[in-house]
Design a protein around this ligand. Structure first.
Ligand SMILES: [Zn+2]
Length: 143
């Protein structure tokens, strides 16, 4: 979903489209890595002094309900990322620099034995480890 589609859908669902909300949508859609609510809040606060953490959090909930972003846990912290609707992905996530490397993935092509009468609607698959850059830097990856 691009920026205009998202703003349109929010408008149709009865949300007011303020400058602040537009800026928030831009930030979220342009993140190249998973982010936390605090990071987003701090980024927003640079432009919109007085923006509250509650507002940021509420908007993240809305984006989640609209299936624009999804959450996952890393280092005991909830992270958000934009959902790729065209092609669901498997994500390789570096535990050091938090770089996320998406890879095409089709669960139908994987040898799995799904539970009987299970109807799959959505899936989310994350692989945690260390990227090439971080593995080289120090070879410390046994912790
Ligand atoms: Zn890394």
């Amino acid at each position: 979903m691009n920026r205009d589609e998202l703003l349109n859908e929010m408008l149709q669902q009865g949300f007011r489209i303020t400058e602040q909300r537009k800026a928030l949508v831009d930030l979220v859609l342009n993140y190249k890595r998973p982010f936390t609510a605090i990071e987003l809040y701090q980024e927003m606060a640079k432009t919109f002094r007085g923006v509250s953490y509650g507002t940021i959090y509420k908007n993240l909930k809305i984006f989640g309900a609209m299936r624009v972003i999804e959450t996952f846990a890393m280092a005991n912290e909830i992270r958000y990322r934009v959902i790729d609707r065209a092609q669901p992905r498997l994500h390789f996530i570096c535990m050091d620099c938090e770089k996320t490397i998406p890879v095409d993935f089709n669960p139908a092509q994987v040898q799995l034995a799904p539970p009987l009468r299970f109807h799959t609607v959505n899936y989310q698959l994350d692989v945690f480890g260390y990227c090439a850059d971080c593995s080289v830097a120090g070879n410390k990856k046994t912790r």
